[in-house]
Design a protein around this ligand. Structure first.
Ligand code: FAD
Length: 318
């Protein structure tokens, strides 16, 4: 729950790939920020490819809106020193919330064949983020001398929030059915404060996973990641990338829609139904994958009743 008693919601963005996309992303951020999300997260390109552009978007959110920015970070392919520097750079930019990820090795690489980094899992990155922040905070709180010569040490230091990924339907690399629960337990033991799930299209997949995680001892909030499938093409692409279970009825409805507008409405309607089911089942909030477009995700939040209906601003452009 947020301070005003509302269920929290949040959004994911990716860094822009062109100047034109950067301009339109700022507009999107304005629309999203106006709804009062708990945070806006920004993805991080595999192997650090978007380091600067991700940081720029995070800085923009931090400086130009009232919303808390959350930085995705990956560690695959990094030495311990490089990962340490990366975390420090983001902390120095004022970022205090992270989504710690291992990231995917470059396509075609085989474990053992090439250097995949000093950190073997997201759990190690969670620990590293806490460690770097602790070191920084200690330096920042060295005893200072006041005018009467008495030293003082501030009693608290800024804590970081470190989220991790969770996979209700199993990570593609998982070899055992309960491996994803064990991995989540390890991430929690390493200091993760929240999990965000891979997207899914069936409420029972999320609810079953949360129940199993709770039975195994996972206590951190498990925030469901939802993506409104606003076109047949997008749905196919997402199913291909994630290997998620196909929503057959949604696939059929998208395929028989007459226009892009109708497809968008169908995708939103499906996401609203899914959100209502998981919220009724106890989900602690909603995390929406935006694809850098505000219209569909804001329509989902309106449909669920988390924001007031039909603010004219977000209806104007996608
Ligand atoms: P981990 O949890 O460390 O491990 C992945 C696999 O290894 C799992 O199969 C797990 O079960 C297994 N494993 C882990 N630890 C152990 C262990 N100790 N023993 C045995 N097996 C183990 N990728 C990006 O490049 N950039 C992003 O911004 C990004 N954002 C994402 C956001 C979300 C919400 C999600 C769900 C995924 C995101 N990804 C992103 C994709 C992610 O990087 C990949 O799915 C990656 O393959 C796994 O990362 P992880 O942090 O879950 O890894």
């Amino acid at each position: 729950m947020t301070n005003d008693g509302r269920l929290p919601f949040s959004f994911e963005l990716f860094p822009p790939r062109s100047d034109a996309a950067a301009v339109s992303l700022r507009e999107t951020i304005g629309h999203l920020a106006a709804t009062g999300p708990d945070f806006i997260s920004v993805t991080y390109g595999a192997n650090g490819s978007s380091r600067q552009s991700s940081l720029e978007v995070l800085r923009y959110i931090r400086e130009q809106t009232n919303v808390h920015p959350l930085a995705h970070l990956t560690c695959v392919g990094s030495s311990h020193l490089e990962a340490n520097r990366l975390v420090r750079e983001f902390l120095d930019a004022g970022i205090t919330s992270f989504l710690a990820l291992r990231g995917d090795p470059p396509q075609g690489s085989v474990e053992g064949d090439q250097f995949l980094g000093d950190l073997g899992s997201a759990s190690e990155l969670v620990q590293l983020i806490h460690l770097v922040q602790t070191e920084r905070a200690q330096y920042a709180t060295l005893p200072s001398r006041s005018s009467n010569g008495v030293g003082h040490i501030p009693s608290t230091r800024v804590k970081v929030r470190v989220a991790v990924a969770a996979f209700p339907n199993g990570h593609p690399r998982s070899v055992r059915s309960n491996q994803d629960i064990d991995t989540l337990l390890a991430k929690q033991a390493s200091g993760a404060t929240m999990a965000i799930t891979q997207l899914f299209f069936h409420a029972e997949d999320y609810l079953r996973f949360v129940a199993a995680a709770r039975a195994a001892g996972v206590t951190i909030p498990i925030l469901p990641g939802l993506m409104p499938a606003t076109s047949a093409t997008r749905l196919e692409r997402i199913l291909e990338v994630t290997g998620e279970r196909r929503p057959t009825e949604l696939t059929r409805r998208l395929a028989s829609a007459d226009s892009a507008e109708e497809q968008l409405d169908i995708g939103v309607e499906h996401a609203v139904g899914l959100a209502e089911e998981i919220l009724a089942g106890g989900a602690p909030g909603l995390h929406l994958y935006t694809f850098n477009q505000h219209r569909a995700v804001l329509s989902v939040l309106e449909g669920v009743g988390l924001i007031p209906a039909a603010s004219p601003t977000h209806k104007e452009s996608a």
